[in-house]
Design a protein around this ligand. Sequence first.
Ligand SMILES: *Cc1c(COP(=O)(O)O)cnc(C)c1O
Length: 365
Amino acid sequence: MNTKPSAPRWIRKVIQQQNSYHVPPAGDFIKLDAMENPWPMPEEIKQGWLDALSAVQLNRYPDPVASALVSRLRAVMEIPADSAIMLGNGSDELIQAIMMAVAGENSTVLSPSPSFVMYEVLARACGLSFAGVPLQQNFTLDMSAMRVAIEEHQPAVIFLASPNNPTGAAFQQAEIEEILNHAPGLVVVDEAYQPFVRDHREDFMYRLKDYPDLMVMRTLSKVGLAGIRLGLIAGHADWIRELDKLRLPYNINSLTQTTAAFALDHWQEFQTQIDDICSERDRVFSTLSSLEGITAWPSDTNFILFRVSDDRAKIIHSKLLNKGILIKCLHGASSALDNCLRVTIGCPEENDAFLEKLLEILSDA
Ligand SMILES: *Cc1c(COP(=O)(O)O)cnc(C)c1O
């Protein structure tokens, strides 16, 4: 008789080698680690949202194509009329669908590094090779390294998070165009932070018509709706038609469809929050930059990456925790991120608390 589960024999080796996605418990901390919008649904519209939710028929399956939601997304995100779109239970699910669609022993997924960790995690889980091309020291693209890597790996897919997580800046438009011109396969521009970008002429949603192998990904997670899990990808119908075969039926639940449609009907309220977050970001950045021993990188997102001196990232991270503030420690994630920490922009009181505690810690030393 077996006394032990046979999982080690059957679970694929790449899966056994992987770690689960770890989310630290939030406890009573001021939570500035996950790029969430700090503000709840505005009070003035909350009752209207609850009314909309109470009309949802939970006994029925959701609208399989989420048509009411799709038309609002198209309007608010200015998706070109001749581009197709697919919705995901968060953009993570869309990244996964892309990996499953191109998976094969000889296929490679390429992305600059450091970037969003799910590209590598999901590529490997699907049995793909992953090539991370180091960014330059200032976290801009190393175009000659990109050209060489594209030539060498002939990647099925290139992921470009722009603005990039965890570094915060957008890549140069001309460089993304050059990558589009050299890529043999799909190029996904992940615009998760597009709402926080200063100059929207840089958005690639408007460039879909120019590049048949370009897809643009967006999410509602960073703008106040992380809890409902809604992402989207737009691109040529020839790509979307294939990806859609991998989408699980009814992947966007009814509560998400209704909530997202409601939010998009009241987008100005969310836009106001986004504008406030952007001005707080600029305030936190200038304070951080003025501190001795800290290098902060300019950000077009709702977070700021900064480096501390004297090998103190882990100490500062845990001292902040002791003072009730949770940010992200990136030290150890890759050598490019040595002694780097990432703080998400919260509401003004939270940002003040973070800056005040950080200053205390720095002047203790
Ligand atoms: C947060 C993030 C996502 C994932 O967003 P979800 O829609 O919540 O799955 C995708 N890409 C980047 C670059 C991100 O930072």
